[in-house]
Design a protein around this ligand. Structure first.
Ligand SMILES: *[C@@H]1O[C@H](CO)[C@@H](O)[C@H](O)[C@H]1NC(C)=O
Ligand SMILES: *[C@@H]1O[C@H](CO)[C@@H](O)[C@H](O)[C@H]1NC(C)=O
Ligand SMILES: *[C@@H]1O[C@H](CO)[C@@H](O)[C@H](O)[C@H]1NC(C)=O
Ligand SMILES: *[C@@H]1O[C@H](CO)[C@@H](O)[C@H](O)[C@H]1NC(C)=O
Length: 254
């Protein structure tokens, strides 16, 4: 069955009698946090309450203060470009450098338009650059790699990891955030081949394993997307993207 199956009797209404873990005791958003049983829950249709770390809903002014003196670079696929759009529209943050990386393989013509990968981008950030500004670099490796073999994917992310480690040596104040994949629709049977959700789930595990322990921040939105009130499409609606940005800001300014 290629569609995400729905369990009989769901969605269920639960009455939770014991109190949930209170946000006060969550640790600040940082690198290598343990993965909780649940990443959080939607308080209502517009606000997600993460249980991974202590986050907040940011006002425009707070976001501006958070990103002051920061060079924000976003490098990845169209789902990251959605975050840039939300930063611009919802938070009025305009000063963002973006690198759109979207290789395509399979029956679509291979397209590597910019010819720039993470290592090219990160190696250009010199000691002199990061002595005057804090760099925050947001990366992702997700929906375009569903048809890669495990080995090809691991090679792909391993080179990025080495570039991250070189950057961290040159620029110890820089911060790397990796946005992980989320489950998506599989409307046509072919999509289960190039975009199986199990493959994306496994990619997240590979990314955590390869980049773990070196100080990278993982922006894990799997549960946020799958428990949202929306269908799980590759490009989620803005309400969900905005909540991803709130969590990202909580990692940038814990
Ligand atoms: C959702 O909850 C937040 C925080 O309590 C509140 O500010 C917002 O107005 C609520 N939104 C809706 C649509 O109910
Ligand atoms: C950003 O920092 C500069 C200089 O440190 C300051 O003048 C400016 O008011 C700050 N802007 C915000 C939004 O905090
Ligand atoms: C690094 O600094 C140089 C010289 O100021 C500048 O030309 C270049 O664009 C900077 N690079 C990045 C990645 O910010
Ligand atoms: C989800 O997809 C179904 C089937 O395509 C559609 O009927 C429904 O309106 C969608 N729901 C939302 C919230 O977009």
């Amino acid at each position: 069955k290629f569609k995400n199956p729905q369990l009989n009797g769901t969605p269920m209404t639960l009455i939770i009698k014991d109190t949930l873990q209170s946000p006060e005791i969550l640790s600040p958003c940082s690198a290598d946090l343990p993965v909780p049983l649940s990443d959080g829950y939607w308080k209502n249709r517009s606000v997600f309450v993460p249980l991974v770390c202590k986050s907040q809903q940011w006002t425009k002014q707070q976001a501006a203060i958070c990103l002051n003196d920061t060079k924000l670079i976003i490098c990845g696929d169209s789902t990251l470009m959605q975050m840039r759009q939300a930063l611009r529209n919802n938070f009025k943050i305009a000063d963002i450098v973006t690198q759109f990386v979207y290789p395509r393989t399979g029956n679509i013509v291979v397209r590597f338009k910019t010819g720039v990968l993470e290592s090219d981008l990160l190696d250009r950030i010199l000691r002199t650059n990061c002595s005057t500004a804090n760099y925050v670099i947001v990366l992702n490796f997700a929906f375009h790699y569903g048809a890669f073999t495990n080995r090809a994917f691991l090679e792909r992310i391993y080179h990025a990891k080495l570039a991250v480690q070189r950057l961290m040596l040159r620029c110890p104040t820089s911060k790397i955030i990796i946005k992980l994949a989320h489950p998506r629709d599989n409307i046509f049977i072919e999509q289960t081949i190039h975009s199986a959700n199990w493959v994306f789930y496994d990619m997240n595990r590979m990314i955590r394993r390869v980049f773990g322990g070196i100080g990278v921040h993982f922006l894990d939105i799997w549960d946020m997307v799958s428990s949202s009130f929306q269908n799980n499409t590759v490009h989620m609606p803005n309400t969900v993207i905005v909540q991803e940005v709130h969590l990202m800001l909580s990692y940038i300014c814990p």
